[in-house]
Design a protein around this ligand. Structure first.
Ligand SMILES: Nc1nc2c(ncn2[C@@H]2O[C@H](COP(=O)(O)OP(=O)(O)O)[C@@H](O)[C@H]2O)c(=O)[nH]1
Ligand SMILES: [Mg+2]
Length: 262
């Protein structure tokens, strides 16, 4: 069962909540001490933070994915991320059972691949208390795809008890080096679902150089909803491990690749 009202971000009701992520239709960026300001006429909003770690080969599209999810432009050229970088991506969700709206704050952790190899304290810091790890490959880079199973095993510590998801980038590109059936097989064999993404910029606001924040939110909605849903389902499994676990079993078949792009 899906714990959230899916597609809620497209509803009229959600608009006043999503407005807190925008300023004059541009996506707002939030500093460490800042949070989205919700319209005071709305009921007070619960805020829940989750830690998400993005890992994968250099130039596979980790920074671009975070840029896209937080409403910034995708970097034109690859520049290695220096040290560890975190970005908070906010996303309001309506819970199905209680009809409560919750503001999720996904703290996205990324690091340049070189730093990961150079300093052996970085990986443990990134995976510690992590709610989800996103393993990246590019659909136009066969090597990143073939390395995916090793990436998973060399990244996760034995005690890791969070969500594992693979993210495939460059689904906008025609020159694909990975077939659909290979991805299907991977999902069946490893029990790790794949989220396809295409990190292309949103259209510009009228007479402006800035991306249209509202369109960006709509475009990234399926990715954000899937990620939050997986985290919530996983936590539910953990909390109810000995009781009615079947209740929340995901209706999607376990070998499904999420069939959308953002
Ligand atoms: N066409 C296309 N280009 C992408 C995509 N994702 C990333 N890129 C490009 O690949 C380059 C490297 O990506 P980046 O996010 O910096 O890689 P990182 O090292 O994994 O953080 C960027 O300059 C982007 O322009 C995608 O989904 N589609
Ligand atoms: Mg990067």
């Amino acid at each position: 069962m899906n714990p959230i009202v899916s597609g809620w971000y497209e509803s009229t009701e959600s608009r006043s909540y999503f407005n807190s992520l925008l300023k004059r239709n541009r996506r707002r960026t939030f500093g460490i001490l800042e949070k989205p300001n919700i319209d005071p006429s709305l009921p007070e909003l619960k805020s829940v933070k989750y830690k998400v770690f993005l890992v994968g080969k250099a130039a596979v599209g980790k920074t671009s994915t975070v840029a896209r999810l937080s409403g910034r432009d995708v970097p034109v050229n690859h520049e290695e991320t220096l040290g560890v970088h975190t970005t908070n991506v906010y996303w309001p969700v309506k819970l199905k059972e209680t009809e409560e709206v919750v503001m999720y704050d996904l703290e996205m952790w990324e690091t340049g691949e070189r730093y990961l190899h150079k300093f052996d304290y970085i990986l443990p810091a990134c995976v510690r208390s992590c709610d989800a790890i996103l393993f990246f490959f590019s659909i136009t880079d066969r090597h990143s795809w073939e390395d995916l199973p090793h990436l998973i095993t060399r990244t996760i510590p034995a005690e890791f008890d969070g969500v594992k998801l693979a993210v495939g980038t460059r689904f906008d590109c025609a020159s694909r080096e990975v077939s659909h059936s290979e991805m299907q097989q991977f999902v069946t064999e490893h029990g790790v679902n794949i989220l396809p993404t295409q990190n292309v910029n949103s259209p510009r606001l009228k007479d402006s150089e800035f991306p249209d924040g509202r369109i960006g939110l709509l475009e990234t909605g399926p990715f954000m909803e899937t990620l939050i849903t997986r985290i919530l389902q996983h936590r539910y499994y953990k909390d109810h491990a000995t009781s009615d676990i079947k209740l929340y079993q995901d209706k999607r078949s376990s070998n499904e690749i999420y069939d959308y792009s953002c």
